[in-house]
Design a protein. Sequence first.
Length: 207
Amino acid sequence: MSDKPEADAPKKKGGKMKIVIMALALVVLVGGGVGAGVYAASAGLIGGGHAAAAEEHGPKLVPKSEQKRPAEGGEGGGEHGGGGESSGSGGKHVPSGGGGDQYASNYYTMDPQFTSNLQDSVHVIQVGIAISTPYDDTVIENLKTNDIAVRSAVLLTLGDTPEEQVFTSAGKLQMQQRLAKAINGILEQKEGFGGVRNVYFTNFVVQ
């Protein structure tokens, strides 16, 4: 009788060890499943419908067939206009067909005009700027919403322009590209999407 409790002791210890091992295995399995779920969600493998919904509500390309024409005698800003442009930075790649641009050009004039010193120069530049986008009015609304940040980026870009660049056509084209890149950079930072294809000068004066 006195030997029986001693014989049962190893069995009880073995049972406890099995319970501990099973509990640890369960923790590892649950933790691994949660980690995998988090990774899949962050990688976009889960919840793809939300990403698709966000894309559907973003800026949309406007086909040439849906192009709006400005009223006679009206302003070009905010309207869909014609004219082909070279592709610039920002947003998605915009293909073009052999007969001109495949997508409409939505124009927006930034008012008031910009005045800035040139880099290491006594000259001052005054320019009027209009942007074009092949997307709908979402891009223009983003420009209006972030007007202060966009104007600051334009002024910084103009201030970094060397004097010799403003006196040649090639230099002005480079300025247009730099301005488009600066504006798209602000829109991408603030809204997650650029969309500006080109920048045009509506006025250009060096004093």
